[in-house]
Design a protein around this ligand. Structure first.
Ligand code: SF4
Length: 391
């Protein structure tokens, strides 16, 4: 039976909100580049954009739902449980529309309020708390994230511990972890990278004592987790925005450990579902194609500094050419001054010439939460700096 206090499909107002969404997030500059075969030259800089970049289907849907909700309830208090996606521009826009962020403060809600659940989803216990408030819930959780939840819930039902390749404190991984427990039936451990997967592998093979395992991965494991009991059958899942190549390495590492422990018979003991979403894979493949085929003098990656998928695009490009991860055009302070985020480090303001000698090819991509308007502004700023007209 449908729940009148739980909305997933919107309010049938997409046509009404489309002009506003297009005006606020679309980009004439990006459309021009697309129409010109994904490249444009000005002032000695040829900007080449990746075949796939910017807003993904899940983000498109989440943003549309938020705008539909505002249009449907112009007079009610609207809240988001947290950032709808990891892009400061989009979150600022929603705040300007009067949508507030709860950040765990559920006590301030009254039944007349409307709460929007972000594209990453929320943990099961958060959903239960929200339902208890009697508020109307508008759930924008991406279908690809829900697909991961189905897999980890099945693991729990079948007695498999889920090994999640993800970032422990990322909203999506926290939501997925809660589904891997599935009402106390299952267990999970979160591994961030191959190094942490090796710790799990060593415990599976019997090469690592339980205490040593817990010292490293105890905080990333489900309550009551015991590596001596809960690694006999494992299923691998990924946060949808991880690096696909790294997830594959982790799968091989863990499958190898299971084979070593159980004499090659991993059937019935090991499962691996590639739950990296199609949009993430497309953007990762597109940036790789761009750096390999165009060999740019510089690669610029645009997206929130806290955006997991944007960070991975920067990581891929860094292996091939000089790469700068910026949030927006304003970070291109001058041809010799830039605010950017080096891989694995906090953002910095660097005082050095980053704009290549002209003529130059500058590759450009953007994370799945970066709107076209922000991509277009970066291109315009690059051209401006190339012409020597920087503000
Ligand atoms: S990155 Fe993938 S999982 Fe995340 S919102 Fe976009 S399509 Fe959905």
């Amino acid at each position: 039976m449908s729940d009148p206090l739980y909305i997933r499909r919107g309010f049938g107002l997409r046509k009404e909100i489309a002009p506003q969404v297009d005006a606020e997030y679309g980009s004439a500059m990006l459309a021009r580049i697309r129409a010109n075969g994904n490249r444009l030259e000005e002032g000695g800089v040829t900007v080449v954009v990746a075949d796939a970049l910017g807003f993904c289907y899940g983000v498109d849907r989440a943003v549309d739902l938020a705008y539909e909700t505002r249009a449907r309830f112009p007079d009610r208090r609207l809240f988001l449980t947290a950032q709808i996606i990891h892009n400061p521009h989009v979150n600022r826009r929603l705040e300007a529309m009067g949508i507030r962020f709860l950040e765990g403060d559920y006590g301030r809600l009254v039944p007349e309020d409307v709460v929007i659940i972000p594209a990453f989803g929320v943990p099961e216990e958060t959903l239960a708390r929200l339902r208890a408030t009697g508020c109307l819930l508008v759930d924008t959780t991406c279908g690809s994230v829900i697909n991961v939840w189905r897999n980890v819930e099945r693991n729990a039902r079948d007695g498999f511990t889920t090994v999640i390749h993800g970032k422990l404190h990322h909203e999506e991984t926290r939501a997925t972890s809660s589904r891997a427990i599935h009402g106390g039936e299952g267990h999970f451990v979160v591994v961030r990278d191959l190094g942490e997967a090796e710790v799990v592998a060593a415990a599976i093979r019997g090469d690592l004592e339980a205490d040593a395992f817990m010292a490293v991965l105890g905080p990333a494991s489900s309550p009551g987790f015991d590596p001596r009991l809960h690694l006999a059958r494992i299923g691998l899942a990924n946060q949808t925005t991880m690096l696909a190549s790294q997830s594959l390495e982790i799968a091989h590492c863990l499958e190898g450990a299971m084979a070593a422990r159980y004499g090659g018979a991993v059937d019935g003991r090991f499962r691996s579902f590639d739950t990296i979403c199609g949009a993430t894979e497309e953007r990762q493949q597109a940036v790789l194609k761009l750096v390999e085929e165009e060999r740019p003098d510089l690669m610029v990656v645009v997206g929130g500094f806290n955006s997991s998928n944007t960070g991975h695009l920067a990581e891929i490009a860094t292996g091939h050419c000089t790469t700068l991860h910026i949030e927006e055009a304003a970070d291109l302070l001058a041809a010799d001054r830039i605010r950017h985020k080096p891989p694995g480090a906090p953002p910095v303001e660097a005082h050095q010439r980053w704009l290549p000698e002209l003529p130059a090819i500058v590759g450009l991509t953007a994370g799945a939460s970066t709107p076209g308007v922000k991509i277009g502004e970066v291109v315009a700023r690059l051209f401006e700096l190339a012409r020597g007209n920087e503000a």
